[in-house]
Design a protein around this ligand. Structure first.
Ligand SMILES: *[C@@H]1O[C@H](CO)[C@@H](O)[C@H](O)[C@H]1NC(C)=O
Ligand SMILES: *[C@@H]1O[C@H](CO)[C@@H](O)[C@H](O)[C@H]1NC(C)=O
Ligand SMILES: *[C@@H]1O[C@H](CO)[C@@H](O)[C@H](O)[C@H]1NC(C)=O
Ligand SMILES: *[C@@H]1O[C@H](CO)[C@@H](O)[C@H](O)[C@H]1NC(C)=O
Length: 270
């Protein structure tokens, strides 16, 4: 009779143990890797006011505004560089990285070749984008144009809507954006880090001067992938968890029955 009591007591312990695991396992199951937060470091804002930076920008050779100012026929481009404060960004690019920069500087003649009112119709954001589109954040020498890979990435961004393609033939370096075809018409400045080339037309990015497409061909392509992946990952996991829980519950009830019977028997035996 004492043995029976011990038996039912051990059943009780088992039962307690199983309820404990039952309580733990569902809690453990839903734990997943936390979603990865986007870690896009925002570009550091200019630490100083533009005037402060320009005072610090004494190293003459890399002061783009100064170089273009001396050339005297880039007054519109210089004005845009300053008003958009891209000159500050350019200074930091040249001062704080070893990549250098390449600038396609449209002459005043290039700006007067634009349709009347083009510049005035642009928002401040568009003007920044337009100026940045003329700056490549790496140094490209004239000979390197022959091997450059298209599209060339500018400060304005990447992708077909910011495509800037360079092709060379003979002594000509041609540039096309999809809207503008032009040719480099001279070298304003070059050292091993900074190259400034004159272009005879303002480079218009497709992104700014054509309507944005709704979402074309690319969107149907990734769509079928999602439902394909989802069942593979999710369906086997869910039934597995469920069956585990169900078996635990069955276990629990059987245990409870056994324990009750055992306890009654034990009580009766005493
Ligand atoms: C320019 O570069 C030098 C050396 O890397 C650095 O000490 C200085 O702070 C930089 N100036 C600006 C305005 O970023
Ligand atoms: C460059 O453009 C000129 C006309 O502007 C054209 O005659 C020439 O074929 C072009 N060259 C290349 C390599 O695209
Ligand atoms: C630029 O070059 C890329 C790669 O060769 C090409 O896919 C794209 O259509 C070109 N864009 C323009 C505007 O020429
Ligand atoms: C630019 O040149 C290409 C061929 O080199 C031509 O197909 C296209 O029509 C030209 N675009 C403009 C806006 O002149």
């Amino acid at each position: 009779m004492k043995q029976q009591y011990l038996f039912s007591f051990s059943l009780l312990l088992l039962f307690l143990h199983s309820t404990e695991t039952f309580a733990q396992s569902p809690a453990a199951a839903p734990v997943q890797a936390p979603p990865v937060a986007p870690v896009l470091a925002p570009p550091a804002p200019p630490a100083q006011s533009p005037t402060g930076v320009q005072v610090a920008a004494s190293p003459g050779p890399l002061d783009v505004v100064k170089i273009l100012g001396k050339a005297s026929h880039f007054t519109v481009f210089v004005r845009l560089l300053k008003s958009t404060q891209v000159d500050t960004e350019l200074f930091l690019q040249l001062n704080n990285t070893n990549n250098g920069a390449t600038i396609f500087a449209p002459s005043d003649g290039a700006f007067s070749g634009l349709k009347v009112g083009t510049l005035n119709s642009l928002t401040d954001g568009d003007k920044i984008e337009l100026v940045k589109f003329h700056i490549v954040p790496t140094f490209i020498s004239t000979s390197q144009f022959q091997t450059v890979s298209n599209p060339v990435r500018t400060l304005a961004g990447a992708g077909n809507r910011f495509a800037l393609n360079v092709t060379t033939g003979g002594n000509l370096v041609n540039i096309t954006t999809g809207l503008t075809n032009t040719t480099i018409s001279g070298t304003v400045y070059t050292d091993s880090r900074l190259a400034i080339y004159q272009v005879s037309r303002v480079l218009l990015p497709l992104d700014m001067f054509t309507p944005k497409p709704p979402s074309p061909a690319p969107s149907p392509a990734p769509a079928p992938e999602k439902p394909k992946k989802a069942p593979i990952v999710e369906s086997p996991v869910a039934p597995k968890d469920l069956s585990g829980a169900v078996s635990l519950i069955v276990h629990y009830h059987v245990m409870l029955g056994f324990t009750a019977v055992g306890m009654v028997t034990a009580l009766l035996s005493f």
